[in-house]
Write a protein that binds this ligand. Sequence first.
Ligand SMILES: C[S@@+](CC[C@H](N)C(=O)[O-])C[C@H]1O[C@@H](n2cnc3c(N)ncnc32)[C@H](O)[C@@H]1O
Length: 275
Amino acid sequence: MTLYGVGLGPGEADLVTVRGKRVLETADVVYSPGRLSRSVALEHVDESAIGDLDFPMTRDEEQLRAAWKEAAATVAPNAAEGDVAFVTLGDPNVYSTFGHLRRTLEAFHPEVEVEIVPGVSAVTAFATALGVEIEAGAGLSLREAADGRSPTGPDRMILFKVTDAPATHEGLAEAGYEVTYGRRLFMEQGETIVTDDPTELEDRDYYTLAYAEKGDLAVEPATAAFESDGEAPESDRSAGESDESTGSEPIADGGEEVTLERAEGCVHGDCGGHR
Ligand SMILES: C[S@@+](CC[C@H](N)C(=O)[O-])C[C@H]1O[C@@H](n2cnc3c(N)ncnc32)[C@H](O)[C@@H]1O
């Protein structure tokens, strides 16, 4: 039978994919590596289906290997008899604990079939939450910035594990980056913060990321011309639309014109960071 690695998305229960939900609802046992992923899983499965695995908070590789061997030995017999799931926040293949379990199973229990259900990763969710558009053709790099580190180089970076935002900010600002921070984005647990002020994030919270963009990037997509003075050229306006048009006005296709001051979906913060 199968072990499913299920990506739960960033935290809100309705950002689990339809496939992920179906797998969770039908799995005999659902294992989770942490409290947060467990609480999201519990939105979809009964507590009686949750299995226990013990993960030590350590960077000692010997201890970690021993823990993963034990976890694999617990999961393998259940996966041989039925379908089981291992959940992770975001996507199981992005900076995730699931890779350790998959490799350990491949080494010691190769009979277990593994299937992955992708999830909405913070790598993509950040863009909507922070009101950032990564235009077609733009480069985007992923880095870690734990313990106040300030990686530099790429034009645009997503920084994970921003545990000391003020220290990270100092290095980035010095290198000419504009930075927006996001904490607990699309998460039900804890307060969501979107800000470009690192002093608002002085307390450490592992679920904090940053988007850093070089200050001198001159990106001008063709349609940016429409935003320059808020007016489309005369020939583009539909009949009956007045110059004073604000808010919701009927337009030619029967839909509504909406004045957008921030990206749709920015219900999680002020989204005032970039552009
Ligand atoms: C070990 S990585 C896990 C990434 C996850 N597998 C994913 O695909 O999103 C954990 C880091 O991702 C970022 N992160 C994950 N979920 C987040 C969220 N909902 N809000 C803000 N940052 C998040 C934080 O920087 C955190 O330190």
